[in-house]
Design a protein around this ligand. Structure first.
Ligand code: MN
Length: 387
């Protein structure tokens, strides 16, 4: 971790190399150690113009401002926290706030969910379509995805009310197969022009940062409804995101080569750009059930962005696109209960002796992630019974 004059708890994942952004109490804040920094208050004495951009209850204007401004804000913040001068100490100390309830930090414009883990797509294909090839025909040629429901993307901690749906020809009722999907989400800042695809090489001109996503899923609803148009009510009841948007600038040390791609993708999906070595951790009632490795994702953030605009569809500030469930090769690296329990056939035994196939009312799920010493925070949710 870079040095700071500010005393921080040992081993904090929110040191001065991280500096993610969120909204608490109607203010844009940056978690530093266990405290929050009111960003506009901290910047005001040193960078009045930049302070104005974040003196509001949302990250939207900062997201829209683009890479030069993102770098300027991060640079100003870093200098405040690392250069030990009396005016810096005063600005920071006057802007420190106690922790509080995070809010959804940006207006989610469109929401897209991909299906970019080969391991996950293979596992689900075997369970849902045992008589067909596990990977759909197009899977190795493009990052398959679908448009989800932006209006039901909610911040971490939002209650997960067990959804009702059609579970079969004759049954409408509460889902019996409520599941999680541990995913990595990318937050778009800079819009693009309708009719003009975004080149894969230009992804960082548009993508601001990363959040963790739990794409809650009702598997019985999903299995009955999804062919041929894809997920609908089995997914759209709620998608939770972590409160802190970690800028790509804080994650460059975690950029890694993605898995080799065969066949070679079409030209507009190249260069592939980096994969992201995030170590996810899934806890159910505070017991670790999985550690999915995001570095194993087959398709990258750059390729997902190039694909989702390849037809000229435009980007808006606040677009969120998620990787799809992250699953690794090992049995303890699977990002959904569907996979962890082989479709509900093999119950999972937790360390405390309880067993689960899918989520029970009252269950608490927490997905967190680290990238080296940098924390991406966590996305949490507790299951409430159907009303
Ligand atoms: Mn998903």
């Amino acid at each position: 971790m870079s040095g700071t004059w500010l005393p921080l708890p040992a081993g904090t994942g929110f040191g001065v190399d991280n500096l993610p952004y969120g909204v608490v109490g109607g203010r844009v804040v940056v978690p530093v150690g266990d405290d929050l920094l009111d960003l506009a208050a901290a910047l005001a004495p040193v960078q009045a113009r930049l302070a104005g951009l974040v003196d509001r209850p949302s990250l939207d204007p900062l997201l829209a401002a683009g890479p030069a401004t993102w770098a300027a804000v991060r640079g100003a913040l870093t200098s405040l926290l690392t250069e030990d001068r009396p005016e810096h100490r005063r600005a920071v100390q006057d802007a420190l706030r106690p922790a509080g309830e995070p809010q959804l930090p940006f207006t989610v414009a469109d929401y897209v969910d991909f299906y970019s883990s080969e391991q996950h797509a293979t596992n689900v294909g075997r369970l849902f379509r045992p008589d067909s090839p596990a990977l759909p025909r197009a899977w190795r040629y493009l990052p398959i995805g679908y448009h989800g429901r932006a209006g039901t993307v909610a911040v971490s901690g939002t209650p997960v009310v067990r959804p009702c749906g059609q579970l079969s020809e004759s049954v409408y009722g509460p889902t019996r197969r409520l599941d999680i999907e541990a995913e990595v989400g990318f937050v778009v800042g800079v819009p693009s022009r309708l009719g003009t695809p975004v080149r894969a090489a230009d992804w960082r001109q548009h993508v601001f940062g990363v959040v963790l996503v739990n794409d809650w899923s009702a598997r019985d609803v999903q299995a009955f409804e999804y062919q041929p148009l894809g997920p609908f009510l089995g997914k759209s009841f709620l998608t939770s995101v972590s409160p802190w948007v970690v800028p790509l600038a804080a994650l460059e040390h975690a950029f890694v080569d993605p898995p080799a791609q065969h066949p070679r993708p079409a030209g507009h999906l190249l260069p592939a750009g980096p994969g992201l070595a995030l170590e996810l951790e899934v806890r159910l009632n505070d017991q670790v059930v999985s550690r999915p490795p995001a570095a194993s994702l087959y398709w990258t953030a750059a390729q997902q962005l190039a694909h989702l605009t390849a037809n000229g569809a435009s980007l808006r500030t606040g677009d969120l696109y998620a990787s799809g469930t992250v699953s690794g090769d090992e049995p303890d690296q699977l990002g959904s209960l569907l996979e962890l329990t082989s479709g509900g056939h093999r119950p999972l035994t937790l360390p405390d002796g309880t067993t689960r196939t899918f989520l029970a009312d009252g269950d608490a799920v927490r997905i967190s992630a680290m990238a080296g010493g940098i924390s991406l925070g966590a996305v949490t949710g507790t299951v409430h019974p159907s009303p």
